[in-house]
Write a protein that binds this ligand. Structure first.
Ligand code: ASC
Length: 150
């Protein structure tokens, strides 16, 4: 019992320090971190895209594995868009900081869509997967249009 309590305490400390990791040592570190999250996200989203476009056969299990990684990555980049991280080498538009409420809305929307995408892959239904994929891709695109330089 005591051990369980100790483990729970250690876990909650880990959660707290994760949110505290919102700070990075240098702006470049934040930029590197968010780019890495987007790169991994795009890689696995691309694999889903191949299935959605019929370039790869639909396999619900593979789709679910990829969608889960996308959903996990979708949680990560946002805390790395702190003040002062607009100066490093980035394609992020100044609007990320000027319209931060709208940017946050987009980030939240992406996370919600990717959760739905995971659920859709788990139904095993190709049509449901395609619908959720299209919705997610639309969310990527509209955020890029407003907040990312080409
Ligand atoms: C991808 C990818 C994006 C989005 C976007 C959707 O596969 O890398 O950034 O889809 O192109 O419109």
């Amino acid at each position: 019992m005591k051990k369980t309590i100790l483990i729970l305490m250690a876990l909650s400390a880990a959660v707290v320090s994760f949110s505290a990791a919102a700070q990075f040592a240098k702006p470049e570190d934040a930029v590197k971190y968010r780019k890495a999250a987007f790169t991994v996200m795009a890689t696995h989203f691309g694999r889903l895209g191949a299935m959605a476009q019929g370039k790869a056969p639909f396999d619900a299990k593979v789709a679910a594995e990829n969608a889960e990684i996308v959903a996990d990555m979708a949680k990560l980049p946002w805390h790395a868009f702190g003040e002062g991280t607009d100066t490093a080498e980035t394609k992020a538009k100044p609007e990320v900081w000027k319209q931060s409420a709208k940017f946050k809305e987009m980030a939240d929307k992406l996370q919600a869509e990717t959760v739905k995408l995971v659920a859709a892959t788990k139904t095993g239904k190709e049509d449901a997967f395609k619908v959720a994929f299209t919705a997610t891709a639309g969310t990527c695109k509209s955020c890029h249009d407003d907040f990312k330089n080409k």
